[in-house]
Design a protein around this ligand. Structure first.
Ligand SMILES: [Zn+2]
Length: 437
């Protein structure tokens, strides 16, 4: 293994300047969610120049390139979209200049998640040069719209076969500080709608104020904080009302509609369906204790079926309905399932083994605080998924967005070594299973 490590590290060091140049180019090309086209074209050019196979852009706008044609199918996923920069004056440097100083590349997307694609593409080159990954087919994908709707683009591409046959495992390039991550909390965005009856604000008793109807419901949602589940690995779920708005014809009209948005983080065992049911129950209980709410709706002759407090509150998931830069339309519920891959799973162990070879020590095994494309690959499609990425989660979405060159070298080497290790371990696990029967 030390010989393999020496060979791969020598190549990863040799390509460092190219990885840095490529990464800085990508930082200079702004790529907010839905506007990744130019960055995707840039990655496509690099993949082609390095000799990756079947390089192209799929109908959604993801860029893909392939290495090897072995039976064990691996998907590398690095999202190419970034969040915005906020107040540019708060940045110590131009977020889009691709500043490179003292062995650190700075700029929006450096950590989250453009460093990973630069390393993955050069890992593909190294695999071809050194004849690595013979037992695997590796699909390297630059994916759109992760920041806006984690998992949508990669999940849709897997479902439609744009990344070939269903992969046996997925490696996410999201920053892990060179550790192996194996899960994170899920989340969903829940829309709560309260309906009332509008009337002139000079005689509010003639109607039902939807804001007043919503107030006890919000308090009820707040009381749910005490009921969320906990998990020793992922931590507790959370619930937070993040927005309230009302609709009325004018400022002198009692509003007949009030909407609240709930950000629900789900730990292991929690689902969006259960989270919505909890809110429905909390709403019923909250309104049952409020005198006059239901009577008001009835007295106003409401015939829309919203006479009961249960019907007066509607609970549903928000939907994501944006188009990709190629015009491909998303239309999905904002439900991002919790996922965890067991620590003794062969894919986790393959990641640990590959990291051990590269780092010369035991890697940390952990989880992310933030959400990733794993909500689709593992959460929805149940494909064993791990994360290994350069840089650290604490730099993501901050004005300190950065990655160190040592991380670029180590990640490039990891991505070059992992396919062999994973294909071998999958084979071992397969034969072990047979022997058990
Ligand atoms: Zn990310």
């Amino acid at each position: 293994m030390t010989e393999l490590r020496a060979k791969v590290m020598e190549r990863a060091e040799a390509y460092l300047d190219d990885v840095v140049r490529f990464l800085r180019d990508l930082i200079r090309i702004q790529s907010r969610s839905g506007q990744e086209g130019e960055a995707m074209r840039r990655i496509e050019r690099e993949m082609k120049a390095l000799g990756l196979a079947n390089v192209g852009i799929d109908p959604i706008g993801n860029v893909v390139g392939w290495v090897g044609s072995g039976p064990y199918r691996i998907l590398y996923d690095s999202h190419i979209d970034t969040v915005g920069v906020g107040d540019e004056a708060a940045w110590p440097h131009d977020p889009y200049e691709g500043k490179f100083e003292n062995g650190i590349v700075y700029g929006r997307g450096a950590s989250d998640n453009k460093a990973a694609i630069a390393c993955m593409v050069y890992a593909g080159k190294i695999m071809m040069e050194l004849g690595l990954g013979a037992g695997a087919s590796l699909c390297i994908a630059g994916v759109v719209q992760e920041e806006d709707c984690d998992g949508w683009a990669v999940g849709e591409a897997i479902a439609r076969g744009f990344f070939g046959e269903r992969p046996h495992c997925v490696v996410l390039g999201e920053c892990t500080n060179l550790g192996i991550n194996r899960g994170h909390r899920g989340r969903c965005e829940i829309l709560v709608t309260a309906r009332g009856v509008s009337c002139h604000a000079s005689a509010p008793s003639r109607g039902v104020n939807a804001i007043y109807r919503m107030l006890p419901v919000v308090e009820g949602i707040r009381r749910l904080e005490a009921e969320v589940a906990d998990d020793p690995f992922l931590g507790p779920g959370t619930i937070a009302v993040t927005k309230i708005e009302s609709v009325s014809g004018s400022l002198n009209v009692v509003p007949d509609l009030c909407r609240a948005v709930v950000d629900r983080r789900m730990t292991l065992g929690e689902t969006a369906a259960q989270a919505m049911e909890d809110i429905r129950r909390a709403s019923r209980e909250a309104l049952a204790g409020v005198a006059g709410v239901d009577a008001g709706a009835g007295a106003a002759g409401d015939t829309g079926g919203s006479g009961g407090s249960g019907d007066a509150i509607q609970v549903e998931l928000l939907r994501y309905t944006e188009r990709s830069w190629t015009g491909y339309r998303a239309d999905v519920e904002k439900d991002y399932p919790t996922w965890v891959l067991e620590e003794d799973h062969p894919v986790v162990q393959a990641g640990v083994e590959a990291a051990r070879i590269v780092l010369g020590r035991e890697p940390a095994i952990g989880r992310w605080d933030f959400s990733t494309d794993g909500v689709a690959t593992m959460g929805r499609h149940k494909i064993p998924t791990i994360g290994f990425g350069p840089s650290e989660e604490r730099f993501a979405h901050t004005v300190q967005d950065q990655v160190r060159v040592e991380h670029l070298v180590a990640a490039t080497a990891f991505y070059a070594i992992f396919p062999d290790v994973a294909a071998r371990m999958a084979g071992d696990a397969g034969s072990g299973a047979k022997a058990d029967r």
